[in-house]
Design a binder for this molecule. Structure first.
Ligand code: DGL
Length: 255
């Protein structure tokens, strides 16, 4: 019997860091929705994000998909409860909560920094959930609106990225946080740079958490990924081929 495909959803290339992990652990084919026409999600209102959540969920349902990995933290932070209520037969797998529990387990001084998009920080989800798990924790939230455009833009220079990261890291370092949640899928691509700039910070990122939760299946069959893109398909194809060179079949379509 053929297994049901899994859907993965992000505003752009960020979710590829999660797809990469899933390709090594699952036996199924995937449909990856990149809602690039609406990127950056971090600058959108909750109303727009909820509307996009419905559009994307219905797109998956049309493909017969009822297991959806909401890779995008901004979407999880602002729309997940609404979508879970509207589509009770759909399994939404959220990548945000695992990073919150991991950070709580890792911190030694109970001081946790959070890098996330403006919309995610505005939702207050990190503070709320971290305090629910550990009431005495100090949370230093940092909205990073410049990072997603820098990561999506292939011409961003190292200098620009480092300067921006330095600015965002300053309040986290001043507060002496020992742990930093990278609360946006895109930031996974900056992990090594952040490690260089702030080596004493323990980084918590959704792709690492996904890798811990989904065990590797090295003998798995060759998988197929269908990418559905709302913005420019050729640009997304070019970027994702650079980020995700692996042995799988793929195709790109517009929606
Ligand atoms: N990558 C998404 C996230 O995890 C959002 C990036 C954006 O479009 O602003 O939050």
């Amino acid at each position: 019997m053929q297994q049901e495909k899994i859907g993965i959803f992000d505003s752009g290339i960020g979710g590829l860091s999660i797809l990469k992990v899933l390709l090594q652990s699952c036996y199924t084919d995937f449909v990856y929705v990149a809602d690039t026409a609406y990127l950056p999600y971090g600058e959108k209102s909750p109303e727009v994000l909820i509307e996009r959540g419905h559009v994307v969920t219905q797109l998956f349902l049309q493909q017969g998909i009822t297991t959806i990995v909401v890779a995008c933290h901004t979407s999880s932070a602002t729309t997940l409860p609404t979508l879970q209520k509207a589509y009770p037969h759909v399994t939404f797998i959220d990548m945000l909560f695992p990073t919150i529990t991991a950070a709580c387990n890792i911190t030694k001084n109970n001081s946790i920094g959070v890098f996330a998009t403006a919309a995610t920080i505005k939702s207050g989800v990190h503070k709320t959930l971290l305090h629910r798990l550990k009431p005495d924790i100090t949370v230093i939230e940092q909205a990073c609106p410049l990072l997603v455009p820098l990561i999506e833009n292939e011409h961003s220079t190292e200098q620009e990225i480092n300067r921006t990261l330095q600015d965002y890291l300053t309040p986290i370092m001043r507060a002496k946080a020992d742990t930093l949640i990278l609360g946006c899928t895109h930031y996974a691509f900056l992990k090594e740079r952040i490690k260089e700039l702030a080596p004493y910070l323990q980084l918590v990122c959704a792709d690492q958490e996904a890798a811990l939760r989904f065990t590797s299946a090295p003998e798995a069959n060759k998988k197929r990924v269908t990418f559905l893109v709302s913005g420019d398909k050729a640009i997304f194809k070019h970027k994702s081929e650079k980020k995700l060179l692996q042995d799988f079949d793929y195709s790109f379509e517009s929606f």
